[in-house]
Every structure is written in structure tokens, then in C-alpha cells.
Design a protein around this ligand. Structure first.
Ligand SMILES: Nc1ncnc2c1ncn2[C@@H]1O[C@H](COP(=O)(O)OP(=O)(O)OP(=O)(O)O)[C@@H](O)[C@H]1O
Length: 759
């Protein structure tokens, strides 16, 4: 992206006005194909194709012919719009280049007298304003170009015909990944997130409704048509109403898995749409079986929120907490493919390492909620002790001693310890630090250091070389140098790292040490640490978190709305929170919790779905269904003979290598993974761990922790003995989770007896 930096551009630039926008609520965020964007350019390559929109298949179907004509017209407009935007961007860049030359002559910077200096400053200010305007105009051009290009991949995927009043002619709307209007403000494509598009996802023909600006608008859905479109090519259309007949859904589900998760915009199902378009609530808990689309729904909801709050919601206002880095890589393409940016994405461990000393941030998290509540109680009666503070040391120099911090605490001794007192102390320490650096700036030693800086260092710190003429100038330069050198000390003050949290915790709780979640919770209670700017926090695989971890997240992101998605049957660690406990955590913190269920499996074949649903509690099994095609029967085999087992494992991996798609050998533990490696020797598949990206095909080996949230065309479970999958809840869930990673094929082997869970 070409952006001009400030101070390099003259004020004389004239800018094209940004494109006007449509006013109806459905069209908010649409690109409008304005007169200025309407180019008189040659037709796009696609325009010149046959009347059948880039395809020459003959058909007698009048609907197909009509839809192809429509697509052809829309695509031609998109292509023209793309050319116009490219030309506009190029022209603006050329103008900037020309102006830069002019600037070199004109904006020389005359500071000879006070008056001239003022004039120079005014010219710079004016130039900066112009540059900002230029950047804003160019940014808008780039955004529009990105949208047009997004639509050129697939201009739209559905059409609805809506009758707003009896007797009126139905209004046809084409729905796509972005909204776009022509020069007459006629909507060419409606964004899938716009209010009116809701009727498409309601999946009911006949009377239906949608919400717009807080009102319910009733309409009669006369037609709901889906399209299989690639660029300017319409392959087929389907007039459908419900999932089971949803040809587009079935076509999408029968595709091979890819190494990255894909958006499901065109085939979002009704129950999923309810989560995606759910009104904002403090905490929305989505309880869905394996493969019911929780992660897909999560990504679509983020895109939805970015659209609905596009003026105010920035990617850094949204946090996505993922189970592991492999998973983060797996989902990283979904939002960019939808034309949106990824939010802040991290695992819980990465989050902890950001807010506490990284070397202290890993450790057990199964702390009882009562233990954290005790912290709140203890902090209520806290008074600081002289040993609760530590020296602020930076670059080997002690800048503020613990004793001085104690004095700062004494100054506010009437105020009880807690966030208010810490804020006052922080401000006080800030002042003391500034004073300390000012004193140091008067010393010969610091002044010698400042004047001995290399030219490179001088330019970095002062943006020019320095030659102080007076004592005052020398002190000023030295102070700037010291501020740069000891910048980390200001961070220490801001982050309250002068508090000895471990020491305070051990003292007031009477314990020998704090676990990471206790440490963070205590620091939040004592200092008010947290981020009040984050608006949404999304936690996937929420069943794998302990109450204590969720309490930490809830408190840290104190103003955020939470979306929590999980499956109790996939709780693969001891000590994690049940859904009732999750609700209780949020309710105790004063949040309203609402719950949604997702019970259809979109991932696994009916045979695999049946196999893993047998591991669910009886009362839930009946409600589960799969919409996938019938596939191969599961292969489950136990071997008395070690050699026969090893050869079966080798054969299974070998066969998988010859198959299309990706196969995962999912080991239950690191020890089990090592055993598989030992058996397969040089033929062992590559191990997926840390932040590896999955390949598109072949065979990979991983532990269950890294398979979380992922899916594969085939799964091989290499060791399903009772020792591995015993009777407990966690063992049952581990087996359920391993099996449910498979879409089409599953091979389960056991070197000895088979787990009774599969009996
Ligand atoms: N409406 C849909 N249209 C097309 N594909 C869908 C739809 N819903 C889900 N899928 C597909 O089903 C698969 C499972 O979805 P996803 O991974 O989001 O489920 P999940 O509930 O998060 O699974 P798990 O909890 O087991 O990890 C994905 O391949 C996804 O693309």
C-alpha cells in the first residue's frame, strides 16, 4: 500500500472527493459506483466472453440463461470498477510524486526571524493536513479496490426475492461477501451481514422477518436461490429451503479438507446464524458437538461485528484466545478471505506471558475459584509492608530505591492499599523518576556520555547531530539522552513492576508461592491491571479452561463482551470447568450469560459421527445428526501379536500416503507419539507441534493437544488400549475428540486389548 509520510507533501494537492455512500441501512458500507469511478474504458476480458457469462455450455433453462446474463452484467461492472480504481490510485501516486518535487523547491524551512518561523510552521501544518487528506483518500481507494477484488472472485452466492407488501412486485437482492452499488445507487450486491440478508439465512420461504435499526421488518420470501459461481462463471443454481436439501452445503462439505479453515458465508445454517447475528450480551456461551461449526461461527461472528460496528471497532479491540499456535495458523486465512483483518490472536499461555514475567507465566491453572475469591478478600484488608516494594533498576543503575517507594506509599498512608493507591503511587514515582533523570542530566558523567554518542546514535535519539552551546542546552540534550537510555524504567513504573507481587501474596495468603493465575489475579486486585479498551473476547474450546483461567480473563478484560464456544465432551484435561461452572464464573462477576446449542455435525460422516456420539452422555445422543455423505465404515482392530500390530500401523500410514487429502496420526501423549516414531522409523510422518502450518496433503503425526480444533480427511488412532482410554470422563473425552477430528475415514488400532469404550 502506498502511503505518503507527513512533511513530504505540499499543501497544493487537490483531492478527489471520497465516493458517496448509500443511505439505506442495508447498504451501509457498500461501495458506490460513482460517476467519477465510471470509466470510459475498454470492456473487461470477461465482458467479451459469450453471452453465457464466460462459459459456452448450451442450456435451454431460461432461468440459468437469465442468471448468467445477470452475472455477466454485474461482473462487467466490477471489472470496470476495478480498472477505474487502479487508475485513480495510480493518478494520485503520480500527483504525489510531482508534488514532492515541487515541495523540495518551496518548503525549505525558513526560521531566520520569529515571523518567518511562524510562517514555516504554518506551511508545514498545512502540508501535513494535505498529506492526511491524501492518505485518507488513498486508503479509501485501497479499501474499495480490495472489496471489488473480493467480489471478483465470486460476485455473489445467493439471491432472494422479497415482497414487502401484498400485491407489490418482489424485490430481488443478490447477496455476496461485500456490498456494492452502481452509479445510480442501485444495489448490485448486498453484504451478507446487512440486516436484510438475514432472510436468506432464516431458511424459510414465505412470511419471514429481519431486524433493522431496532425494528422488525416483515416480508414474504418468494424465492431463495443459491449459486455456484467462480468469478464470472455460473456453474449452477439451486432453489432450496432447508439444510438437508441444501445442495450448496453438501457440495461444500464434500470438498477435501485444506490446510486452512475456510469461511462458510454462503452456507451458514439457521442455528449457526443465530449465534453469528446474536445481539450483544455480556457472555454468550455456545455449546456445540464436535464439528458443529463452532469455530466457523466464531470467525463469521467476528466478521459480522467488524461490519456492524465498522466505524468504531478496530481489530485490536477484539481478542481471540485459541487452544494452540497450530490452530491459530489454521484459522488465520478466514477473516482476510472475508476482507477483514485478524483480531489479536493468542493462546492463554501467550496472553499470560504478555502480562506477567514470561519466565513465571507457565504452570498449573487448576486453582479453585474460592482461592481467587480469597485473594479479593485479603486485598480488601491490605496495607503495604516495607518489603512489598523493589528497587527500580535499569541498565544496571538503581534509579529509585525500594525505600523511596516506601516514602511515596507513606505520603498516601490514609488511602487503603488497592488500585486507587497504586495509581497515585504510580504518578508519584513517575515524577520522582523524571526528577532523578533531571538531576543526572546535570552531572558531568551523563553529559560526557551524551556528547560522546556516535553520529548514528545522535540521529536516532535527537533526529539530528547535536552541538550544545550553552549549559542549559547541554543539560537539555543530556536529559533527552537519559530519557532514551532509561525508557524501560518508565515502563517498569507504568506496569507497576516495583510491586513484589509474590511477596505480597505469600504474606497475605500465608502460602509458600503463587501459581501464575494467582499471581495475575492478585496483581489485578492490588493494582487494577487490565485492559478496559478491549470490546470483545472470544474463547474457543472453552471447555479446556479452568474456572480460575476464565476468572482471570473476565477480570482482565473487564469491559469486554465474551463469546465462549466449546463442547463439554471435548474437555481433555483434568480440572477444567463444566458449562455450569463457566456460567457461574461469569454470573458471579455480574455478567448476564445466554446459551446457544449446536447439534448438527458438519464435519464427520454419519458413520464417524455415530462412533463418537456413542461416547456422549445418553441424553444428548438422540439430538445429534450429521449432514455429511455416507463414507467408509470405521476400521477398528486389536492385535494380540506385536508384529502384526506394527505391520498394520505401517500399512495404514503407507495407504494414507497414497490417498488424497490429509491424514493425521493422533497420539494420546508424547510418549505414545515417540512409540509411533520408533515403530515407523524413517517412515514416521512429520511431527506437527508449536506453530507449524499443516500441509495440504500427506500424513502428519501429532499429539491430541495439537489436533484440538483441527480436522483431517482421515485419522489414525495408533493406540486404543484400555490403558490409554480407560473409564474416566477425561479418557472418554480424549477418545471422542480424537475420533471427531476425522471427516471421512477413521482407523483405530490397539496393540493388545481394545478399550471397552469402543466395545
Ligand atoms: N454451515 C456450514 N457450511 C459449510 N461447512 C460447514 C458449515 N458449518 C461447519 N462447516 C464445516 O464443518 C467443519 C467443522 O467446523 P468447525 O471446525 O467450525 O466445527 P467445531 O464445532 O469448531 O469443531 P470442534 O469443536 O470439533 O473442533 C469445518 O470443515 C467447517 O468448514
Amino acid at each position: 500500500m502506498c502511503h505518503c509520510t507527513r512533511n513530504t507533501f505540499s499543501r497544493r494537492r487537490r483531492f478527489a472527493r471520497p465516493a458517496r455512500r448509500c443511505t439505506p441501512d442495508e447498504s451501509q458500507g457498500d461501495i458506490v459506483f460513482t460517476d467519477s469511478a465510471q470509466p470510459n474504458l475498454p470492456r473487461a476480458a470477461s465482458d467479451q466472453a459469450s453471452p453465457a457469462c464466460g462459459q459456452d455450455e448450451r442450456t435451454d433453462d431460461p432461468i440459468l440463461l437469465e442468471e448468467r446474463r445477470h452475472l455477466s452484467g454485474t461482473y462487467a461492472k466490477l471489472a470496470a470498477m476495478e480498472r477505474a480504481l487502479v487508475a485513480k490510485i495510480q493518478k494520485l501516486d503520480d500527483d504525489v510524486a510531482a508534488d514532492k518535487e515541487m515541495l523540495a523547491d518551496e518548503l525549505t524551512g525558513n526560521f531566520a526571524s520569529m515571523g518567518e518561523a511562524f510562517e514555516t510552521y504554518a506551511e508545514f501544518a498545512s502540508a501535513n493536513k494535505t498529506i492526511d487528506l491524501y492518505n485518507a483518500a488513498q486508503e479509501l481507494n485501497f479499501q474499495n479496490l480490495q472489496k471489488v477484488r473480493l467480489l471478483m472472485h465470486q460476485p455473489y452466492f445467493a439471491k432472494v426475492a422479497l415482497q414487502f407488501k401484498p400485491g407489490d412486485a418482489p424485490k430481488e437482492l443478490y447477496i455476496g461477501n461485500a456490498g456494492i452499488s452502481d452509479e445510480n445507487y442501485k444495489r448490485l450486491v448486498v453484504d451478507w451481514r446487512s440486516p436484510v440478508a438475514e432472510v436468506y439465512y432464516n431458511q424459510e420461504n414465505g412470511p419471514t422477518s429481519y431486524q433493522a435499526n431496532g425494528r422488525t421488518i416483515r416480508v414474504d420470501l418468494k424465492l431463495r436461490r443459491q449459486f455456484d459461481i467462480e468469478a464470472d462463471r455460473l456453474n449452477a443454481y439451486f432453489d432450496t429451503t432447508v439444510a438437508i436439501q441444501d445442495a450448496m452445503l453438501l457440495a461444500s462439505l464434500s470438498q477435501e479438507r485444506s490446510s486452512h479453515m475456510k469461511a462458510i458465508t454462503a452456507t451458514i445454517q439457521k442455528e449457526q446464524n443465530e449465534v453469528i447475528r446474536h445481539e450483544d450480551v455480556d457472555a454468550l456461551l455456545v455449546n456445540g458437538i464436535a464439528g458443529s461449526g463452532k469455530t466457523s461461527v466464531l470467525m463469521q461472528r467476528i466478521a459480522y461485528l467488524f461490519y456492524r460496528h465498522r466505524e468504531t471497532l478496530k481489530p485490536e479491540d477484539v481478542y481471540l484466545i485459541t487452544p494452540n499456535p497450530v490452530f491459530s495458523r489454521y484459522i488465520e486465512q478466514v477473516l482476510p478471505d472475508l476482507g477483514e483483518s485478524n483480531p489479536e490472536t493468542m493462546t492463554f499461555n501467550q496472553f499470560m506471558a504478555r502480562i506477567m514475567p514470561p519466565e513465571r507465566s507457565r504452570g498449573r491453572a487448576d486453582v479453585a475459584p474460592e482461592a481467587l475469591e480469597r485473594i479479593d478478600e485479603a486485598v480488601r484488608g491490605l496495607t503495604f509492608d516495607p518489603d512489598d516494594f523493589k528497587d527500580i533498576v535499569c541498565e544496571g543503575t538503581q534509579l529509585i530505591s525500594a525505600g523511596q517507594i516506601r516514602q511515596a506509599a507513606d505520603k498516601f498512608r490514609r488511602i487503603p492499599a488497592g488500585p486507587h493507591l497504586v495509581t497515585l503511587m504510580r504518578e508519584e514515582l513517575h515524577k520522582r523518576l523524571e526528577n532523578r533523570l533531571r538531576q543526572m542530566a546535570a552531572t558531568e558523567r551523563a553529559q560526557n556520555e551524551a556528547t560522546a554518542l556516535s553520529v548514528q546514535e545522535q540521529v536516532r535519539i535527537f533526529h539530528e547531530t547535536i552541538a550544545p552551546q550553552t549549559d542549559a542546552e547541554l543539560r537539555e540534550c543530556t536529559l533527552t539522552y537519559l530519557n532514551d537510555r532509561y525508557a524501560a524504567a518508565f515502563d517498569t513504573v507504568e506496569r507497576d513492576d516495583w510491586l513484589r507481587i509474590d511477596r505480597i501474596g505469600m504474606r497475605i495468603l500465608g502460602v509458600e508461592g503463587l501459581l501464575p493465575v494467582e499471581w495475575v489475579y492478585l496483581k489485578m486486585a492490588v493494582s487494577g491491571m487490565g485492559d478496559a479498551n478491549v470490546k470483545y473476547v472470544m474463547v474457543d474450546e472453552v471447555q479446556d479452561y479452568t474456572c480460575a483461567q476464565l476468572m482471570v480473563l473476565r477480570r482482565y478484560f473487564r469491559r469486554a463482551r465474551f463469546l465462549l464456544l466449546g463442547d463439554e465432551n471435548q474437555a481433555i484435561k483434568e480440572g477444567t470447568a463444566s458449562f455450569d461452572e463457566i456460567e457461574a464464573v461469569f454470573e458471579r462477576a455480574g455478567s448476564e450469560v445466554q446459551e446457544c446449542r449446536l447439534l448438527t455435525s458438519y464435519r464427520s460422516s454419519p458413520q464417524i459421527t455415530e462412533l463418537f456420539t456413542k461416547l456422549m452422555p445418553k441424553e444428548d445422543r438422540m439430538r445429534v445428526s450429521s449432514v455429511q455423505h455416507e463414507r467408509a465404515e470405521p476400521r477398528i482392530e486389536a492385535f494380540d501379536d506385536a508384529r502384526a500390530y506394527e505391520s498394520a500401523l505401517r500399512d495404514a500410514v503407507e495407504q494414507a500416503r497414497g490417498m488424497a487429502g490429509l491424514t493425521a496420526v493422533i497420539a494420546d501423549s508424547r510418549a505414545s507419539l515417540k512409540r509411533v516414531q520408533a515403530i515407523l522409523g524413517e517412515d514416521a510422518p512429520a511431527v506437527i507441534a508449536d506453530d507449524a502450518t499443516l500441509p495440504a496433503s500427506g500424513v502428519v503425526l501429532m499429539t491430541l493437544e495439537f489436533a484440538k480444533g483441527l480436522e483431517f480427511d482421515q485419522v489414525i488412532i495408533p493406540d486404543a488400549r484400555p490403558e490409554v482410554f480407560g473409564e474416566g470422563r477425561v479418557a472418554r473425552n480424549r477418545l471422542y475428540t480424537s475420533i471427531s477430528r476425522a471427516t471421512g475415514r477413521i482407523v483405530i488400532l490397539a496393540p493388545g486389548e481394545l478399550t471397552p469404550l469402543l466395545g
